[in-house]
Design a protein around this ligand. Sequence first.
Ligand SMILES: [Zn+2]
Length: 96
Amino acid sequence: MGFKSRARKRRGSAESAGSSKDSESSEEYEGQVRCDISGCENWADKSVGGRKMAYDRAVDVWGSSGISRKVRKVSLCKPCYRKWKKEKKSEPREWE
Ligand SMILES: [Zn+2]
């Protein structure tokens, strides 16, 4: 029983991608996943706080015309995700 120090925090999604550090990372970040909100050009990579979300949930906030492509899971950049959260908060629900 010596696993104390290894305590996993909720979800084992701590992928510490080993070799993805460039020496010059202060330049413009170049990700691989674009935010799917139309008009938004941010990256939605996990490493910069991006999220994936079911299409329907995103539609609740942006409407189907506000999402640039129809996919089951849209990618959201951090600011968009925040916005979504905010919108959702104003709903009198507590399903968190
Ligand atoms: Zn965005």
